[in-house]
Design a protein around this ligand. Structure first.
Ligand code: MTE
Ligand code: MO
Length: 327
């Protein structure tokens, strides 16, 4: 664990081992090129004893335009320490124990990272993640994160509204939903557990996806996303159970039908499509309270709020729906 932390937090990585971020110019590499790059990068990773790619990366403000976030996107609650948020993770592709992704996700290769835009859009296309990152200025938003397992965190994310990207995608009027599909790759996911219908997928109704609170995140704590947190790009839906916030996305698919989501398909009774945080609907355990990871012992257990406290911003999306049935 000690050496892992050293690697993670980088104190003694010589700069010669730090590879600059690949610049992927937004074109889809040919399968051969892709494979060649993959092999080259794999060799580099092996040679560096897995330190390459663990880099504590650049601070956004040094390299990219940033803008301040609106105050409704920032909570002043005590933030979860970086160390906790990056060593206590759910990223099942890299192990189902909380401590595993911090170690096993380091084999994830985040460049090149082509992203497919498919389905009901004016023009299906593939773009590179660096083009996406540079598309709009980066904001730092501080959101509560409530996992269905009844723990919560407060995390500063770096990104911009998903609506900006969706406008870029030009969905057709017939598109009613967007599906997020995460990477699945057995070469990099050497601990990929069986019994799950990979790839991980999630989805939103289009009005939820276009809501200004819905974030497309490339970083957290002012730096590029650590791999275990879903590098190089994920979504963040602070009013929904944490599993809606899909990590390491490789495809955005626009459709007129409610898309498949991994957890909903696994157990539709327990994990509804909407999955809004709701203290009144129990799972196999009560959802009335949550444990704020790393808060002081005295205020660790706090009441869970409807929509995770974002009701004033999002409740109107669900007017007319019976949330006890359509959960
Ligand atoms: N691809 C993928 N995305 C995922 C998950 C996962 O296992 N795979 N876990 C989800 C769950 S249950 C939670 S609580 C959050 C955790 O995000 P964090 O580790 O950055 O806190 O990611 C979500 N996104
Ligand atoms: Mo979760």
């Amino acid at each position: 664990m000690l050496s892992l932390n050293k690697r993670l937090y980088g104190a003694d990585i010589p700069s010669s081992e730090i590879t600059p971020e690949d610049v992927f110019a937004g074109r889809k590499p040919s399968p051969r090129e892709d494979r060649r790059q993959f092999l080259a990068r794999s060799a580099a990773v092996a040679a560096a004893g897995l330190t390459t790619g663990l880099l504590p990366t650049f601070a956004w403000a040094d390299t990219l335009p940033t803008v301040p976030a609106a105050s409704r996107f920032v909570t002043s609650e005590q933030q979860t320490p970086f160390r906790k948020a990056t060593t206590f993770n759910n990223f099942y592709e890299f192990g189902t124990q909380k401590s595993e992704p911090a170690e096993w996700a380091q084999s994830l290769q985040t460049r090149p990272w082509p992203i497919q835009i498919t389905g009901m859009v004016k023009k299906p296309q593939t773009i590179g993640v660096d083009d996406l990152i540079r598309y709009r200025p980066i904001e730092s938003r501080v959101y509560r994160h409530r996992c269905v397992e009844a723990w919560s965190m407060v995390i500063p994310w770096d990104g911009y509204s998903l609506s900006e990207f969706i406008n870029f995608c030009q969905p057709l009027p017939s598109a009613k939903y967007v599906q997020f599909i995460s990477l699945v790759n057995k070469q990099e996911m050497t601990h990929l557990p069986s019994g799950f219908d990979w790839p991980y997928s999630e989805g939103l109704r289009m009005d939820e996806a276009m809501h200004p609170l819905t974030l497309l995140a490339f970083g957290c704590y002012g730096q590029t996303l650590p791999k275990q947190n879903g590098a190089p790009v994920r979504v963040v839906l602070p009013w929904k159970w944490g599993y809606k916030s899909a990590k390491s996305i490789v495809q955005f698919h626009f459709t007129d039908k409610q898309p498949k989501t991994l957890w909903n398909e696994m157990d539709p009774e327990e994990y509804g499509f909407y999955s809004n945080v709701n203290p009144n609907i129990s799972h196999r355990w009560s959802q009335a309270h949550e444990r704020r990871i790393d808060a002081s012992l005295f205020d660790r257990t706090i009441p869970t709020q409807m929509f995770n406290g974002y009701g004033d911003q999002v409740a109107s999306l669900y007017s007319g729906m019976d949330l006890t049935k359509d959960y």
